[in-house]
Design a binder for this molecule. Structure first.
Ligand code: ATP
Ligand code: MG
Length: 388
């Protein structure tokens, strides 16, 4: 038997939750005036190397990378932002810093060790906003994420941090690196490597021992420049006013290299160890890193598979059950089916059945209304109707 690849899944049992999630999230994004964008699943490998960064786990070990028949070095997208930024630049929106607010959803591919909440093909719903440098855009994007989660009654903790900017980060990095150098012996192998490659990433190491060592590490939020500090205060004040609960987590740096200033993550305590359900933040340098004109941007991505166990759909009666009790009624029923499906959900049972058999099935299918044609109805051109 041929099976799906390890870490890849058919969405069958949860497909109603999956489509409901996408429909509802898209609706909310559109209420925020975000427009839909679709980008290819396959991109040049160097797009991800340059944006996600050579020192990230994604590029280091998780990419589905291969050479295509034309000899091109290509890669199945591990995340959505890089492709959307590529599109923004390719369609020349960067030239005039045209503001663009986009949402997307679709599959992402990462060659990770499969486990609960961690797949090799998984789906994200994400948004990206270009051209707005104000912290109020960060607030808008966080509000959007929280509205989506609220609409499914999902309990979450929102963690926020500021990663500073070109002005304040270098000084902070120097003090962080000196601190880490002193602790080097006690840190895990990955962290020892990160000290030179990507020191900020040491801060969110999942290793408990490393986290203990890091308790006394210098905190970026105490080392922000005036501008970053002011924005971080505004962010916190506005979130409070909007009644969005949050925690400041000075170790939250996110796995990807391109973030600056606001970084945030929504986590759930109800789905086990892989608890991150949505990650995002500001990435003002990324458009420029991909050879565009400098354009500020902010966005987030949600992991749909991790969210689905938290989504509940109330089963409700809906749709029409259409059935026949005599073979001759088939044409009349088919005509009705054709007419009704223009604006109704209709289950057309094409087997001839007795009335109580039809009713039983309609009930099982949770239909709201039953329409049946028997001998009498066929003669009169009418339907026997009943609300369930
Ligand atoms: P994690 O720390 O769990 O590896 P991440 O930082 O790699 O997450 P992002 O790159 O920020 O995740 O992706 C955004 C969201 O996508 C995550 O919050 C998570 O919900 C989801 N996600 C990431 N990797 C996977 C995966 N392998 N399988 C399922 N969902 C995933
Ligand atoms: Mg990861």
């Amino acid at each position: 038997m041929i099976k799906a690849l390890r870490g890849m899944k058919d969405i069958i049992e949860d497909s109603d939750k999956f489509t409901y999630f996408i429909k509802k999230s898209s609706e909310i994004a559109e209420n925020f005036c975000f427009e839909y964008i679709e980008t290819p699943l396959l991109e040049e490998t160097r797009l991800f190397k340059r944006s996600v960064g050579e020192s990230s786990d994604i590029v280091n070990k998780e990419m589905y990378q291969f050479t295509d028949k034309g000899g091109n070095d290509v890669c199945l997208r591990p995340e959505g932002t890089a492709g959307v930024v590529r599109a923004y630049i390719e369609h020349k929106f960067d030239k005039l810093k045209t503001p663009k607010q986009w949402y997307y959803f679709g599959p992402m591919f990462r060659y990770e060790r499969p486990q609960k909440g961690r797949l090799r093909e998984f789906h994200q719903f994400g948004v990206e906003s270009f051209g707005e440098e104000s912290v109020y855009e960060d607030i808008k994007v966080i509000l959007l994420a929280s509205k989506i989660l609220d609409s499914f009654n999902i309990n979450y903790t929102l963690k926020i941090n500021s990663l500073g900017c070109d002005e304040c980060r270098p000084t902070y990095m120097n003090s962080l690196v000196s601190f880490l150098d002193e602790k080097k012996e006690n840190l895990c192998e990955d962290c020892q490597r990160r000290i030179t490659q990507n020191p900020l990433r040491v801060l969110d190491c999942k290793n408990e021992n490393c986290q203990n060592e890091l308790k006394t590490a210098p905190k970026i939020t105490y080392n922000l420049c005036e501008n970053c500090n002011k924005d971080f205060e505004i962010l916190q004040n506005e979130l409070k006013k909007l009644n969005i609960q949050f925690e400041v987590d000075t170790n939250l740096v996110r796995g990807l290299d391109y973030y600056n200033k606001t970084a945030f993550e929504f986590v759930s305590t109800e789905i086990g160890a892989q608890s991150a359900i949505c990650g995002g933040g500001r990435y003002d340098k990324l458009v420029e890193m991909l050879n565009g004109k400098p354009v500020p941007a902010v966005g987030f991505a949600m992991g749909i598979e991790r969210l689905l166990p938290l989504v509940n759909i109330e089963p409700k009666r809906e749709g029409i059950y259409l059935g026949i009790m005599t073979e001759d009624a088939r044409d009349m029923a088919l005509n009705k089916f054709n007419e009704l499906t223009n604006s109704n959900k209709v289950y057309f049972e094409n087997r001839v059945r007795k009335l109580n058999q039809h009713l039983k099935k309609a009930d099982k299918l949770n239909c709201k209304k039953v329409m049946i044609i028997g001998e009498d109805e066929l003669k009169n051109g009418t339907f026997w109707e009943k609300e369930l």
